[in-house]
Design a protein around this ligand. Structure first.
Ligand SMILES: Cc1cc2nc3c(=O)[nH]c(=O)nc-3n(C[C@H](O)[C@H](O)[C@H](O)COP(=O)(O)OP(=O)(O)OC[C@H]3O[C@@H](n4cnc5c(N)ncnc54)[C@H](O)[C@@H]3O)c2cc1C
Length: 444
């Protein structure tokens, strides 16, 4: 059958280009278009290394930054009396990885797209591409998207870009969703699944999502307002960095595992997939001698992609409205509420709220908190020291004590409190304040 639907045309053109034929069964069409999309990604250069060997970050750690390439760094004005906001959110974590299957409920085809843990911003475009592929395979023209966090909005935009007619139904718009309480950097495998609970195919799916997202973010670099940007990220340590990198994740055999207790028990259980995209991940460089401006023995520099939330939310919502998307403010209470929607296809993107609204008790909350100090445009860099991350962004200086209690990836697991903790914020800021109290700015 030759599909003639206008919204499928770009995908079909892509298929013709890559496979030389239109003769595909309907259910194969969008799976193949996904493959074509991923091939497109490869054609544009985000492919695996041609010889199949990804550069190893560990080997690159041996490389020292070129002398003179560390810019003069203005100290960060990190003081607790500068706090202008403390944000808390729960990472929507599922041990098996994000829910991305299709089910039929209340007369609708429901495509799930939730549960992206600490990687929702990073994987959003790739996850959207997969979800829209499922939705488009129904050949319905009208699609409802539930939720307007980063996952819902990128799903809606991806559907619009494919020519579908899209309405978002949501309790809140992006600026008021939990998504806006994240740190906002490229962290594609941050608490995305547990190794033993994710299916064997998930690593490949993750790689596809990460590569597709990265390519899409590349398209948004350099735009006015810098919605997507890069920072030099300085990883600092008082002990050798490679030793810290390869230190075994904290484990306590007496505590058991997710399989024996129903909850993750150690950092070692969390999956790590970063090696799958090492060929497109800028490697760190060591800062040696006078090229290390920090008052610590060990430092390295790595380029880090960041999201400037205000500019990026504005960009995405503007494109959605300009392309004819509609938004309806509405709260759903049970799956049966879907019955009165005019659309027959629903992409379900409620984030952690799926635990109640879709009764998905596999979701585990992982609490995280960020503190925001006034923007410091004269100091556009990021750093990581003693379990505290700092990113100087256009919408403020973000400081987060992501591991100040020695818990590693277990920090915040199972903690459902969304109440800001000022003492925690002050403790994190104090680490950065102390660092810069010892910092000797270079002249000139
Ligand atoms: C401290 C912290 C730092 C993080 N840092 C990063 C990072 O640097 N990089 C990264 O990639 N990820 C990061 N994350 C993870 C990321 O924030 C999440 O994975 C992502 O925001 C999830 O987005 P979402 O759209 O699925 O959910 P949400 O943002 O929760 O959006 C859900 C949407 O659904 C709507 N909704 C929910 N229930 C209903 C209902 N019943 N009826 C109608 N509408 C409903 C809501 O109104 C909202 O619009 C971080 C998370 C935390 C907590």
């Amino acid at each position: 059958m030759h599909t003639q639907l206008p919204y499928a045309a770009p995908l079909i053109r892509q298929l013709k280009h890559t496979s030389g034929t239109y003769s595909l069964k309907r259910r194969d069409l969008f799976a193949a278009s996904l493959a074509a999309g991923m091939m497109g990604v490869a054609r544009r250069g985000w492919s695996a290394a041609p010889d199949g060997t990804a550069p190893q970050a560990a080997a690159a750690l041996g490389r020292t930054a070129l002398h003179g390439t560390i810019p003069r760094l203005v100290p960060i004005r990190a003081h607790a009396d500068q706090i202008m906001d403390i944000k808390v959110c729960l990472r929507p974590f599922r041990p098996a990885g994000p829910r991305m299957d299709v089910e039929h409920v209340a007369g609708k085809t429901v495509v799930h797209n939730y549960g992206h843990g600490g990687s929702g911003w990073s994987l959003s475009w790739g996850a959207a591409y997969l979800a829209v592929g499922h939705a488009a395979a129904t050949l319905e023209r009208r699609v409802a998207v539930i939720g307007c966090g980063i996952i819902g909005l990128t799903s809606a935009l991806t559907a619009l870009r494919a020519g579908l007619d899209v309405t978002i139904y949501t309790r809140d718009l992006l600026p008021h969703t939990p998504s806006m309480r994240a740190s906002g950097s490229w962290t594609p495998d941050s608490r995305i699944a547990l190794s033993a609970q994710a299916s064997p195919n998930f690593a490949r799916t993750w790689e596809q999502m990460a590569r597709y997202s990265l390519q899409t973010y590349r398209d948004d670099l350099g735009l006015p307002g810098n919605p997507i940007d890069f920072r030099d990220n300085y990883t600092l340590s008082d002990t050798p960095l490679d030793a810290a990198d390869h230190a075994p994740a904290p484990t306590d055999p007496g505590k058991g595992t997710f399989a024996t207790t129903g909850a993750p028990q150690s950092s070692a259980e969390f999956a790590s997939y970063a090696g799958l995209i090492a060929d497109v991940t800028p490697a760190p460089e060591l800062l040696a001698g006078a090229d290390n401006p920090f008052p610590v023995a060990y430092a390295r520099r790595t380029p880090l992609m960041i999201y400037n939330f205000g500019a990026y939310a504005h960009l995405l919502l503007s494109e959605f409205h300009q392309a004819g998307g509609r938004i309806v403010i509405r709260e759903f209470h049970s799956p049966a509420d879907l019955a009165d929607l005019p659309e027959r296809v629903v992409i379900n993107c409620p984030g952690y709220a799926a635990r109640e609204w879709w009764n998905d008790k596999s979701l585990i909350p992982i609490r995280g908190q960020t503190s925001w100090l006034p923007p410091q445009p004269d100091a556009p860099y990021a750093l990581d020291y003693k379990g505290v991350a700092m990113i100087s962004k256009s919408d403020g200086v973000m400081i987060s004590g992501y591991d100040q209690n020695g818990l590693g990836l277990m920090d915040g697991v199972g903690n459902i409190s969304e109440r800001p903790d000022r003492a925690e914020a002050q403790k994190a800021i104090a680490v950065v304040e102390d660092l810069f109290a010892r910092f000797q700015p270079r002249n000139g």
